[in-house]
Design a protein around this ligand. Structure first.
Ligand SMILES: *Cc1c(COP(=O)(O)O)cnc(C)c1O
Length: 459
């Protein structure tokens, strides 16, 4: 045992080893030394437990390099999203347009007029440019931008109805993934939730009966991630606005996703549009930047100038405001909407949403032979129709016809599937599919680079 310990190299001599010099130059002596120390400790533990040297003992420099490279990998690894869910929250939702990416890079490299109005040489408002664009696109008087739509809902409630009652239909008390629940947000904002109607049916008279001295707001929430079907009734925004007007109560809507274009024109299921609600007289509408809009994570609130002013001057706005990267990406994304005829090409979210199934099928046919070569021994591969979903709570029951490559284990064992998906997750650029019905499915809707996928799977 003693002799084994004495075979461990000293840190000093390792640091002088010519093979380690490139590593020291790239990563610094301090970081490399910490790494070598931890390897030394690991080797000692190994000797104590197994009375042998660890396998990697023969080549300390290579092992040190491998470990350092692994630690220097970003926690935000690019992946192939072949899950069949387009706006996958855990995979970062919308992919940004080239124009938005360029805008972000541009604002990072040099000082920018974030809160500086050039014409007055004075302080300008950081949301001003995006607010003007949103007014143009939605017909709203003004806009306010915060970190995400959850923050938007919190700010609207906290700024407009602190200590007061907010009236919402029972059928709209939604929970969105990641602990966003309307009743909890109400409490955090210091509002009192007043539920009206029933789970499946709420009428205008229910709202009217609930209006009292301490009422602050009427609120509608888009039930974005579920649908109630059958014997149902909900009050429209326009009806609620008329009621609000009679009692001088603002109406606010949490739209969730929202879309600035008519999705049916692209052959997609209808999604409510903020501009329709503004036209119906809703005081404030909030929606996400990184859902169907196809931009960066952000919460967008559009509506009446006086109410937006109240939000802008509320202390929470300072805590929830976005940075220049988000504003740059959002501005560039919104500018694309000025030109609807080129939007499909320019905006990745819309391009992927509208990919024809036939196009995806042809892609599957091109990929099949190459992948069969790699996996033939253990799996039978096939092309199968499947349905993609939009994700992030957008259009929950709608499906988009798509095609997948399926992998069925020849020995019929489920453990083969788990192993395969694990192996794919450990690739330099992980491939993420889904296991269903005894097969591993790769829905190809979101696959841009076919040869990169083949290369990744062949490695
Ligand atoms: C998605 C969603 C939210 C949360 O939006 P984030 O941008 O993810 O914070 C809130 N309300 C509704 C109705 C939603 O669909």
């Amino acid at each position: 045992m003693k002799t084994l310990y004495s075979q461990l190299p000293a840190i000093d001599s390792l640091l002088r080893d010519p093979a380690l010099q490139p590593l020291l130059a790239d990563h610094g002596t301090a970081f490399a030394t910490r790494q070598l120390r931890s390897m030394q400790q690991e080797a000692r533990d190994h000797i104590q437990q197994h009375q042998t040297l660890p396998e990697w003992h023969l080549n300390w420099p290579d092992e040190a390099l491998r470990r350092i490279q692994q630690q220097q990998q970003s926690a935000l690894r690019p992946v192939f999203n072949l899950t069949g869910t387009l706006l996958h929250t855990n995979l970062g939702r919308a992919q940004l347009s080239d124009r938005a990416i360029d805008a972000v890079v541009n604002c990072l490299r040099q000082p920018v007029t974030l809160e500086y109005a050039l014409d007055e040489a004075a302080r300008g408002h950081r949301d001003r440019a995006v607010s003007a664009l949103l007014s143009e696109l939605t017909g709203a008087e003004a806009a306010c931008i915060v970190n995400n739509n959850a923050a938007a809902v919190l700010l609207m409630l906290a700024a407009l109805a602190p200590g007061r009652e907010v009236i919402v239909s029972r059928g709209e008390l939604v929970e969105i993934g990641g602990a966003f629940r309307i009743p909890d947000v109400m409490r955090q904002a210091g509002c009192k939730l007043v539920e009206v109607g029933t789970t499946n049916r709420t009428h205008l008279k229910d709202y009217r009966a609930a209006i009292a001295e301490n009422s602050g707001l009427l609120m509608k929430v888009h039930t974005s991630n579920y649908q109630i079907q059958g014997f149902t009734h909900a009050v429209t925004e326009a009806e609620l606005v008329a009621l609000g007007d009679a009692y001088q109560l603002p109406v606010i809507t949490d739209l969730g996703s929202g879309s600035l274009i008519d999705m049916t024109e692209f052959g997609l299921p209808a999604e409510p549009m903020p501009q329709q609600l503004i036209a119906a007289g809703v005081s404030l509408v909030s929606f996400s930047g990184d859902k169907l809009l196809g931009g960066p994570q952000a919460g967008i609130i559009v509506g009446k100038q006086t109410l937006i002013d109240q939000l802008q001057s509320h202390p929470l706005k300072r805590a929830l405001r976005v940075d220049k990267m988000t504003l740059a990406a959002l501005e560039a994304t919104l500018q694309l909407y000025r030109q609807p005829e080129t939007l499909r090409e320019a905006l990745p979210t819309l391009r992927l949403l509208t990919r024809p199934a036939q196009d995806i099928q042809q892609q599957a046919e091109r990929l099949l032979p190459a992948l069969q070569q790699i996996y033939r021994d253990d799996f039978s591969l096939a092309i199968a129709p499947c349905s993609s979903q939009i994700g992030s709570g957008s259009l929950p029951v709608e499906r988009l016809p798509s095609f997948a490559l399926t992998f069925t284990p020849r020995d019929g064992r489920g453990s083969q599937l788990v192993n395969l998906s694990q192996r794919w997750r450990s690739l330099a650029r992980p491939v993420i599919g889904r296991i269903q019905e005894g097969k591993l499915w790769l829905d190809l809707r979101c696959l841009d680079d076919e040869s990169a996928l083949i290369q990744a799977l062949a490695s």
